[in-house]
Design a protein around this ligand. Structure first.
Ligand code: AMP
Length: 183
């Protein structure tokens, strides 16, 4: 199974992606987690991307795309994966299509996590990540609306919308049920 998770900041994508990938036995690839690990580890890549993460803006495509290309090996394509945080723009989605075509695989399903924007601000402020200040959150929400939400149309033929409000286990079961219905 090859799945994308799309949703606004604070929709619980990361939490759900970890639980779902475990349950489904596929690789969890989170571009945000990988970037954060590099920042924390003080690597060259970490030094390059820190300012973008701190500001809540997108890391330049050449850096992000190269990192994703490295992660999506033929083995990972064969086993299956859940991609969390990429693509974030239609431009990145087109790069992903080409990359997967080269590896003879494609995305089966796109899970769109749906959550009212006014409910996520509190949740994010409580999480307390370095990029979870109110200004940066608002900027990430705006970026989501302008750059990422158009992906819902781009993937309309493979889209499953999951209401992401409620306790974590309930949202996980909702997503798993939706995936089973599709399979
Ligand atoms: P996330 O953990 O998905 O909220 O991502 C945290 C930060 O990592 C974002 O605000 C961006 O700075 C960067 N990032 C993650 N994924 C991407 C991507 N696909 N393209 C560009 N920047 C990204």
């Amino acid at each position: 199974m090859r799945i994308l998770i799309v949703g606004p900041p604070g929709a619980g994508k990361g939490t759900q992606a970890a639980l779902l990938s475990e349950e489904l036995g596929v690789a969890h690839i989170s571009t945000g987690d990988i970037f954060r690990a590099h920042v924390e580890g003080g690597t060259e890549l970490g030094r390059q991307v820190k300012k973008y993460l701190d500001a809540g803006t997108l890391v330049p495509d050449e850096v992000t795309n190269a990192m994703v290309a490295q992660q999506l090996t033929e083995d990972v394509c064969r086993v299956g994966f859940l991609l969390d945080g990429f693509p974030r723009t239609v431009r990145q989605a087109k790069v992903l299509e080409a990359l997967l075509r080269d590896r003879d695989c494609e995305i089966d399903t796109v899970l769109a996590f749906d959550v009212p924007e006014d409910q996520v601000l509190k949740r994010l402020l409580a999480r307390g990540r370095a990029d979870d200040t109110e200004d940066v959150i608002r900027h990430r929400q705006q970026l989501y609306r302008e750059e990422t939400a158009p992906l819902l149309d781009f993937y309309a033929d493979r889209l499953i919308t999951v209401p992401a409000v409620g306790p974590v286990p309930e949202v996980t079961s909702r997503a798993l049920d939706a995936l089973r219905t599709r399979a």
